[in-house]
Design a protein around this ligand. Structure first.
Ligand code: NAP
Length: 306
C-alpha cells in the first residue's frame, strides 16, 4: 500500500480518486486550493494547499509516495520542486494528451507542460521517477455538454459541446482530412475514465519508463465523424479543411478578436500536424484494463439525447 496525492479536483482527478478507492488499497488525498465539500461528502480527504508557499506544499506532501498532478503552469512547477524536496518516489505530470515529443516548438496549448517535463528530468537525476501518460484526445470532447459536463478541460478553452471536430447535435463537422504529405489524419482517443483506470493500474508496475502510451482507439478523423453520422442517422454538413485553410481562418479569428474560435482552430491545427497520433500503445499491453471503444462510448452517452 502506498500513499498517493492527487493535485487538483477536476473530473479527471475525481475519476482517479474513484478508481483508487474502488480498485486498490492505496491511501490517497486530494490537494486543492478550495474546500470541496462535494468530494468530502464522498468520504474523500481534501487537503488545502497554497501553491505559492513551498513549505506548505512540502508539509502537505509528507509521507506521500506518488503524486498525480492534474494542475498546470507555475503551480505544477512548485508542486514538482516540493515533491523532490520531500523525496516523493514517483511523479505523474499533468499531461494526458498527445506525445510530448510531437508537440509543436511554440505550442499555444502548452500550459507549462514543457517546463514541467524539463523540471522532472532535472529531478530524475536525483532520484524522483516520473512518467507522462499519453492518451490522445478524451472521448468526453464529443459528449452532450462537452467536457464541461464532466468537469474536465477548464484550462483548454474547448470545453463546450461541439468545440472540437464535430457538433453532433447540430450535425456539422470541421474536418482536416489529410496532412501536408497527403496522409489521412488519425488521432488516438481514450475516455478520461479509462485514462484514470490505466493510471491507477500503472501504480503497481515495478518499472516506470518516462512515458506510458495508451489508447482506446486510433481512428481517421473522417471515420470518427462517420460513427457519429451513423448514430444520428443522417449525414453531417462537413467543412473540409487543410492546414492552410485552418491557418487562414486563425488569422481571421485573430483579426476580429474571436478568442474561442482561435482556441478551436489551434486544436485542429495541432491535430493536423499529427500531435495526437501515435501507434505504440505500450501501457495497453502492460496492465489489465480493457478500454471502451469509441462507438460504444459515444452511443451510450448520447442514448438519451438523440
Ligand atoms: N486529452 C484531452 O483531450 C484532454 C482534454 C482536457 C484536459 N486534458 C488533460 O487533463 C488534465 C486536467 O486538465 P483540465 O483542463 O481538466 O483541468 P484544469 O482546468 O487545468 O484544472 C485542473 C486543476 O487545477 C487546479 N487549478 C486550476 N487553476 C489553477 C491555478 N490558477 N493555480 C493552481 N491550481 C489551479 C484546480 O484544482 P483546485 O481548484 O482543486 O485547486 C483544477 O481542478 C490536464 O493534464 C490536461 O492536459 C486532456
Amino acid at each position: 500500500m502506498i500513499k498517493v496525492a492527487i493535485a487538483g479536483t477536476s473530473g479527471l482527478a475525481q475519476y482517479i480518486g474513484y478508481y483508487l478507492s474502488t480498485q486498490t488499497s492505496h491511501q490517497f488525498i486530494f490537494l486543492s486550493r478550495n474546500p470541496n465539500p462535494g468530494l468530502i461528502a464522498k468520504g474523500w480527504q481534501v487537503i488545502a494547499v497554497d501553491y505559492g508557499n513551498s513549505s506548505d506544499i512540502e508539509y502537505k506532501l509528507t509521507g506521500v509516495d506518488t503524486v498525480i498532478s492534474t494542475i498546470s503552469g507555475q503551480s505544477q512547477l512548485a508542486l514538482i520542486d516540493a515533491a523532490a524536496q520531500v523525496h516523493v518516489r514517483r511523479f505523474v505530470p499533468s499531461e494526458f494528451e498527445g506525445r510530448p515529443s510531437a508537440r509543436l516548438q511554440h505550442d499555444p496549448l502548452d500550459r507549462g507542460k514543457k517546463a514541467a517535463l524539463n523540471r522532472l528530468q532535472h529531478h530524475q537525476n536525483y532520484g524522483m521517477e516520473y512518467a507522462a501518460f499519453v492518451c490522445g484526445i478524451f472521448y468526453e470532447r464529443f459528449a452532450p455538454g462537452g467536457m464541461a459536463a464532466f468537469q474536465i478541460g477548464n484550462g483548454t478553452y474547448v470545453t463546450g459541446e461541439g468545440d472540437y471536430l464535430m457538433d453532433i447535435r447540430n450535425k456539422t463537422a470541421q474536418i482536416p482530412y489529410y496532412d501536408h504529405t497527403g496522409q489521412e489524419i488519425c488521432i488516438c482517443m481514450t475516455s478520461a475514465e479509462d485514462v484514470a483506470r490505466f493510471v491507477v493500474a500503472a501504480l503497481d508496475l515495478p518499472y516506470w519508463p518516462t512515458e506510458f502510451r495508451m489508447a482506446g482507439e486510433r481512428m481517421a478523423l473522417g471515420d470518427i465523424v462517420k460513427i457519429a453520422e451513423i448514430m444520428s442517422g443522417t449525414p453531417f454538413n462537413r467543412t473540409i479543411h487543410t492546414l492552410q485553410s485552418l491557418q487562414t481562418s486563425l488569422s481571421y479569428a485573430k483579426a476580429v478578436g474571436n478568442v474561442p474560435q482561435q482556441w478551436r482552430l489551434h486544436q485542429l491545427i495541432v491535430t493536423t500536424r499529427g500531435c495526437y497520433d501515435f501507434v505504440d500503445t505500450s501501457l495497453n499491453g502492460m496492465v489489465d484494463v480493457q478500454p471502451k471503444t469509441f462507438q460504444d462510448w459515444l452511443f451510450a452517452v448520447w442514448s438519451q439525447e438523440l
